[in-house]
Design a protein around this ligand. Structure first.
Ligand SMILES: [Zn+2]
Length: 79
């Protein structure tokens, strides 16, 4: 399964496909597409993204923690 994850910002009324919550204005969310099944798009809030491994903590060059959406072509946990 080939999946792509993009980190996007809520502009209006986006509902999380994981928990069903309506996300807040300017909240970050993951936009996950399955390239082998293109109509299959999921929008996931930060909390659901963390649970599914799409939002990862990284460290920058000054060892500060950053949370970043994980870009991968090999994630197959969503479904
Ligand atoms: Zn959610």
């Amino acid at each position: 399964m080939v999946k792509r994850v993009a980190g996007l910002i809520v502009v209006e009324g986006v509902i999380c496909d994981g928990c069903g919550r309506v996300m807040d204005y300017l909240e970050r969310y993951a936009y996950v597409t399955d390239e082998e099944n293109l109509p299959n798009v999921r929008r996931l809030c930060e909390e659901c993204s963390r649970k599914l491994g799409y939002l990862k903590v990284k460290h920058d060059s000054k060892n500060r923690e950053l949370e970043t959406f994980f870009i991968s072509s090999s994630i197959d946990k969503v479904g």
